[in-house]
Design a binder for this molecule. Structure first.
Ligand code: COA
Length: 470
């Protein structure tokens, strides 16, 4: 007989000591990795906890009404033959703290990881602490999922803790029903206890949407009128035209892709391009780096840009805001994210309270967070709470680009490679080091004139950093 495997509650972020409102499996059931085991509910949202391994359930350790937190054992199972997870205790179970119920097994995507990689073995009296991993956001056809994997510490444009908590409040059966109709539950008003969405809410939503003049958009098709009605993605047999090599998209790419897609489609983006004369700032930076070399301090251009961005956000508060339904939430804190390129894809660590940190602190922290990101070791909190994002391609190249806004933020600054530009000073052309600034903004919130002012102000600060003191 194989060694029994414990399936535990993984890191579920802010969900601590939450009630079990549904138990979806029982002893003797044969389950597959990622099958949902229980649904937990906090005061704001519900979430399914999937199994980290496949096999036959030997004992259930939780029942309806129990309170659970990270690390609580949910069940033990005898791994199926193909699952030799008991041999590997290093990896953490894959978690999908999903607002959606799992698809029936035959409809699930092929798994990119074996149970071996993801189960936690149960050696007698073992105490294996599951290491902290990171949530990643994933859009599905009918809503958002939150999951985590070994390979993807965090996706670019990940769900924040608040977003996770704000996922629609509904039972798996209601979610399944909504999905079968292509209904986006975030559009449905819940009439159940604590605004929980019940079956009748979904039915009524469909009825009223169908009778409305504009019709209802379900998935990729439109019933009755407006909405996106797109052609299917072209299906081409590329091998017909030459040799090809097909590889699956990494999980992080799928996840960040879905988020980028949502942000691109839902936010009316406009990009304002400007330039900053950083000749003096660069000279100052080089001088500082010489002076502080022995202390091991490195002043990066990115860190100066952080400080300038904070000043600009203070002057233009609507750039430090988010849409929340009918309201605009102005943040009085300055948590600035930065896009970091990692082998698995793009991630966005966040420097908290950048206004209270020095340029050297920010330089140090960006380097540390970028390293953690590249090593796949960022924690969820290190990429949550961002107000505004900087995407710097300066170390790589390019002149200008259009960064995609990291929802629910309303703007993002793209920085490209600085270059020498001849500038007329009234008597002659002088070479000036010029930094391209590309500010993408959400045109629902920010007018073109405000964006031009923000970028011009940023340019002034970077051209004469003394202004940052004013
Ligand atoms: N112009 C010219 N050179 C620049 C520059 C700029 N705007 N910005 C940085 N550099 C230089 C740096 O000075 C450094 O040179 P040095 O080694 O001689 O000191 C070099 O480029 C490498 O810098 P980098 O490692 O990129 O550090 P950084 O602090 O500028 O950026 C990250 C850190 C994490 C932002 C960066 O490594 C990264 O991942 N960028 C990619 C972001 C991305 O993919 N965005 C796309 C989203 S759509």
């Amino acid at each position: 007989m194989s060694q029994l495997v414990e399936v535990k509650v993984p890191d579920i972020g802010d969900f601590d000591d939450v009630s079990v409102i549904e138990v979806l499996v029982k002893e003797g059931d044969s389950i597959s990795e990622n099958d949902s085991i229980i649904t937990v509910e906090s005061d704001k949202a519900s979430m399914e906890i999937p199994s980290s391994a496949s096999g036959v359930i030997k004992s259930m350790r939780v029942k309806l009404g129990d309170k659970v937190s990270e690390g609580v054992v949910l069940l033990t199972l005898e791994p199926s033959d193909k699952d030799d997870s008991s041999k590997d205790t290093k990896e953490e179970p894959k978690v999908e703290a999903a607002s959606e119920p799992k698809e029936p097994k035959e409809q699930t995507e092929p798994k990119s990881k074996s149970s071996k990689e993801e189960a936690t073995a149960l050696p007698p009296e073992s105490e294996h602490k599951q290491s902290s991993k990171t949530y990643i956001a994933q859009s599905s056809d009918a809503g958002d999922k939150v999951g985590k994997t070994k390979e993807s510490p965090t996706a670019a444009f990940a769900l924040s803790g608040k977003e996770i908590r704000n996922l629609p409040h509904a039972s798996p059966s209601v979610r399944q029903f909504a999905r079968s109709l292509g209904v986006d539950l975030s559009q449905v008003k819940g009439t159940g206890r604590k605004s929980r969405i019940v079956l009748d809410d979904v039915r009524n939503f469909v009825k009223s949407a169908l009778s409305a003049p504009g019709g209802i958009t379900t998935g990729s098709s439109t019933l009755g009128g407006s909405g996106l009605s797109l052609l299917d993605w072209p299906k081409v047999d590329f091998a017909k035209f030459g040799e090809v090599d097909t590889k699956p998209l990494s999980r992080i790419k799928k996840i960040s892709g879905a988020n980028l897609h949502r942000n691109w489609v839902m936010i009316p983006h406009v990009t304002n391009n400007d330039e900053a004369d950083i000749t003096d700032l660069e000279a100052f930076r080089v001088q500082l780096n010489k002076e502080y070399e022995k202390a091991g301090t490195k002043f990066t251009m990115l860190a100066f840009i952080f400080k300038a961005v904070v000043q600009a956000l203070k002057k233009f508060p609507e750039f430090n805001a988010s849409i929340d339904g009918e309201n605009l939430v102005y943040k009085k804190y300055y948590h600035i994210g930065f896009a970091a390129d990692t082998p698995n894809g793009l991630v966005v660590p966040v420097i908290k309270d950048a206004d209270k940190k020095s340029v050297s602190d920010i330089a140090k922290e960006t380097a540390e967070l970028a390293k953690l990101a590249r090593d796949g070791k960022l924690s969820p909190t290190q990429m949550q709470g961002g107000c505004f994002t900087i995407s710097s391609l300066g170390g790589i190249g390019g002149t200008h680009f259009t960064p995609i806004i990291n929802a629910p933020e309303v703007a993002i600054l793209g920085v490209s490679r600085s270059f020498q530009k001849p500038v007329w000073d009234g008597k002659e052309f002088k070479p000036r080091l010029t930094l391209p600034l590309s500010l993408s903004y959400d045109h629902r919130i920010i007018d073109g004139a405000a964006a031009a002012r923000f970028n011009a102000f940023l340019s002034q600060l970077l051209s004469d950093f003394r202004r940052a003191l004013i």
